[in-house]
Design a protein around this ligand. Sequence first.
Ligand SMILES: [Fe+2]
Length: 249
Amino acid sequence: MQIVLEENELHNHQIFLENGYIIVKNSTNTYEKIQDELTSIFEMDLNRIHQSDLKDINPIRLDAIKRLNQDHSFHHSIYNDFKSYIYSLVGNELAMQKNINLSIHRPNISDDLLDIHSDSLCGNSNYELTVWMPLTKAYDSNSMYIIPLKDSVQAITKLKNGEYKTIENLKEDVKSKYKFINIDPGETLLFSHNLLHGNIINETSETRCSINMRFKSLLTPYDQKEMGSYYIPISPKPVTKLGNMFDEL
Ligand SMILES: [Fe+2]
């Protein structure tokens, strides 16, 4: 039996399957609320964090992460913001990442580098959707790059076949494929973290701040990032609840 999808949904599915990601407009002003929260913590515009007098911003960054995660109100706002896409791309019986992550990528600071990786090679399962929401303008080297789907598949195949001696060999191989995500606050990247991605030294004059969190279909496989410690269920259905109950007898 073939399920007939709505035209919009089919379009989004095609884009996601071709590219491994989709860029969408936020449907609420959650990003502004998070911007306000973080601006009050850092006491400055987020794109100027690099001008802070603080030598080490990590303690304040950790405090900011704590504040983003102290109750689950931001989690639910993010979920509601992208619910229709998450339902369409992932499903409607979901698990959500327990902690929202905050990334700060300051100009010319090598400490802020995130080397090329795919999360599914680092303990996440293959079955997850990452919501990557910029809080400042994300462009060129201040943004994140992704390696297009076909090239990621090719490079990960070579990696698994032992064709790269070091990660530097892999990097060299895909260097010409970097695609920087150019989006403004109010837009969000929904991507499969199976894609290779990372960042390079930020050569712009602005700091990029972004948050990310993950959603997955509740009953898909988990890797090292497990239910309970890393994920929480958000919409288990009655049949699953009863099933779990009987599993435990
Ligand atoms: Fe990642």
